[in-house]
Design a protein around this ligand. Structure first.
Ligand SMILES: [Zn+2]
Ligand SMILES: [Zn+2]
Length: 261
């Protein structure tokens, strides 16, 4: 082998022919996408790349459970050899070169690897890779934040005190009591929905989706469109909380002014 270890790290795309990766091996795994092993086309060192397609997203779209299983996956394959390439801080290994691979599920259930010819998928595949790498942290973060929503929803039950306080409804006829109850249910329900959409806007609604070649660009569109979705969600939250407030004020007015028999 030439002096490949002297190769300096560079995070850059390389064009690879099918011949260059024909020696790569696809190691099937139970209920998971395979692991790929082979030599990096640039530095020539051993790489071992895990292909993953289940990513947790905050946007809309079908969740993994009701999605058809993809049969083709486009993956950014980044060199992760364990040799020294003078990697910058924070990079664990590899010479940084990456290429696009396509994994295809065969009739018998095994997988075949080839190069991806549609290079327009590169930005989406790179974003998917980053999202996969960051997702454990992200899901943990959003789970912690969602705990706040849970306590906020519990706190809403203090609102029911307006109508359930001792003597609040004493002397009202059945119709008036029903009126108070309906306004209260509406107020609390709207408040719960407001909390949920506010949190959805801020932290997403974490769900797992499977991303294959076919829906890779759709996923990427949603990933980039997060801000737009979040803004709409936030508006919904604000309106819901206003309606909720109106309903709760309604409850108070009813409790104060409904005639007692
Ligand atoms: Zn290397
Ligand atoms: Zn390499």
């Amino acid at each position: 082998m030439t002096d490949a270890s002297a190769l300096v790290y560079a995070h850059e795309f390389i064009t690879v022919s099918d011949d260059q990766i024909s020696h790569w091996e696809v190691h099937d795994r139970y209920r998971k996408l395979p692991i790929l092993t082979g030599l990096c086309p640039t530095c020539g060192h051993d790489c071992e790349v895990e292909v993953r397609d289940t990513v947790v997203v905050g946007g809309l779209g079908a969740s993994a459970k009701d999605q058809a299983t993809p049969r083709e996956w486009t993956a950014q394959i980044i060199c992760n050899c364990r040799r020294d390439h003078k990697q910058p801080e924070g990079v664990r290994g590899g010479c940084g070169r990456y290429w696009l691979g396509r994994l295809t599920k065969q009739e018998g259930g095994t997988y075949a690897l080839s190069t991806e010819k549609n290079l327009r998928l590169l930005p989406a595949a790179a974003a998917l890779n980053e999202a996969l790498a960051a997702q454990d942290k992200r899901v943990q973060y959003s789970a912690e934040k969602w705990l706040g929503a849970v306590s906020a929803i519990y706190a809403l039950f203090s609102l029911t005190g307006i109508a359930t306080a001792k003597d609040a409804l004493t002397g009202m006829n059945a119709a008036s009591k029903w009126g108070v109850a309906l306004a209260l249910v509406a107020g609390v329900t709207l408040a719960v929905l407001a909390v949920i959409s506010g949190y959805k806007a801020a932290y997403g609604w974490p769900r797992a989706v499977r991303v294959g070649t076919e829906n890779l660009e759709d996923w990427y569109d949603q990933y980039q469109g997060y801000a737009v979705t979040a803004a709409a969600q936030l508006r919904v939250a604000v309106f819901l909380s206003l309606f909720s407030l109106a309903a709760i004020i309604g409850v108070m007015v009813l409790v104060w002014f409904l005639p007692r028999g």
